[in-house]
Design a protein around this ligand. Structure first.
Ligand code: ZN
Length: 429
């Protein structure tokens, strides 16, 4: 079976090159990039679209094991495919926690059976994410965990954290940090500022993030381990990373589509649907996150896709859980808010969604050249569409972005040469 993706703009993000041509796929590989004529059994017209290496999202919650009512590996993987994402890295805050090799193996086995995209997993730094006892990191790495994180929380005990950084350095894997000091977050549900005051919420101060960003940078500097900072949201956090990079610390930073595009004002209209951790911040913070993406301080765009049930999100600002979905809107948000506004080149945007996150997590690098594995995303940068949550593949059919108009969408997705998603036909089983 030969498939040609014809006449698209083939993007090589690192070389900053784009060429209008064809990509020929045979079995699981790309066999030719160039004018291939009429040799294929199947022809997909990509005129006016970017043909990019398959997108890599290193921050998702698929809730399996433990919370199938929120998401499963099968449903999460389909949401990824519909968002143009061909590889994901799952967070360990499942039940049981991914804190033993058996759970890593369960996730990877289930993914192999049910996932239509490539699913990798993290493992936790502490047992049960309790922050008290370190996991057996070498055994978890051996089982296939790509990084260690207590995402959702920060490890507050510096003795445990120091040990974890030392193990990470020895294993050659990064520590991945959710940066929030528990003592400062307390009962806050949203960013501490005018909106929290108006709504009577105690608020989560920027300092909660900045303290842990600064601390974890010091741990990376002291141990030589690599550090990846998840969902950076504050101007202060971005500046700390910028300074650390300037003095050679091995630190990378991540931004989510919601943190580079919308502010805590969204809570006024969307309520708990817009409750997320770390919280949506102010316009000055959004501008700082964008500046961080522009100057390379922030290396990665990742979604923090965090599905919950509708009922859970209806419990009010205080009681509803943190988090909302992002896999199916990530490309649209990135093109609408960064590329079409001229804030980020298409090369930089694609780089931060493909090769750079893959490099950080030690995954195979997605490439578009003959011989490469055919993980490919086709993006129509000018397709205008409205976020219709009823059409989502994730189990969480709600989002604070529902009804938003976006410009740019993933329209075809290939994993290992298999055509798994088409904008016209949906998920292709
Ligand atoms: Zn997190």
């Amino acid at each position: 079976m030969k498939t040609v993706i014809a006449n698209g703009w083939v993007v090589e993000p690192e070389a900053q090159s784009v060429v209008q041509t064809d990509v020929l796929i045979e079995d699981d590989r790309i066999v030719a990039v160039g004018d291939v004529g009429a040799v294929a059994d199947c022809r997909i017209d990509a005129t006016g679209c970017y043909v990019t290496p398959g997108l890599v999202d290193i921050h998702v919650h698929f809730r399996d094991p433990g919370f199938p009512e929120k998401e499963t590996i099968a449903s999460g993987a389909r949401a990824a495919a519909a968002g143009g994402i061909t590889s994901v890295v799952c967070m360990p805050n499942t039940y049981p926690t991914v804190d033993e090799p058996g759970v890593v193996e369960y996730v990877l086995r289930t993914a192999a059976e049910q996932g239509i995209v490539r699913v990798h997993t993290t493992a936790s730094i502490t047992k049960g994410l309790k922050g008290k006892e370190i996991t057996e990191m070498p055994a978890l790495a051996k089982a296939g965990a790509v990084t260690f994180t207590d995402d959702g929380k920060s490890v507050m005990d510096p003795v445990i954290l120091l040990e974890a950084f030392k193990w990470a350095a020895r294993l050659g894997l990064p520590i991945t940090s959710h940066c929030e000091d528990h003592n400062l977050v307390r009962a806050g549900a949203i960013n501490r500022g005018e909106v929290s005051k108006a709504l009577g919420d105690v608020g989560i101060p920027s300092l909660a993030e900045e303290l842990v960003v600064a601390r974890d940078i010091l741990f990376a500097e002291h141990t030589g381990a690599r550090l990846h900072l998840q969902h950076v949201t504050t101007a202060g956090g971005v500046q700390l990373i910028r300074e650390a990079k300037a003095r050679g610390v091995r630190v990378t930073g991540e931004a989510t589509p919601h943190h580079f595009s919308v502010t805590d004002q969204l809570v006024l209209t969307q309520g708990a649907l817009a409750k997320v951790n770390p919280p949506l911040r102010t316009q000055a913070d959004v501008d700082a996150v964008v500046a961080g993406l522009q100057d390379g301080t922030l290396d990665v765009i990742a979604t923090d896709h965090a599905p919950h049930t509708w009922d859970e999100k209806q419990r009010g600002l205080q009681q509803a859980p943190f988090g909302f979905v992002g896999l199916e809107t990530s490309v649209g948000m990135t093109f609408t808010h960064l590329v079409h506004t001229g804030k980020l080149s298409v090369f930089d945007a694609i780089k931060k969604m493909t090769v750079v996150p893959a490099q950080i997590m030690g995954l195979p690098l997605p490439r578009l050249h003959p011989g490469a594995v055919a993980d490919i995303t086709v993006i129509n940068p000018n397709l205008e569409w409205e976020v219709d949550t009823a059409r989502f593949y994730t189990r969480a059919k709600h989002s604070p972005l529902a009804g938003t108009r976006l410009r740019g969408k993933a329209v075809q997705t290939f994993v290992g040469g298999r055509w798994i998603y088409s904008h016209e036909r949906g998920i292709l089983e």
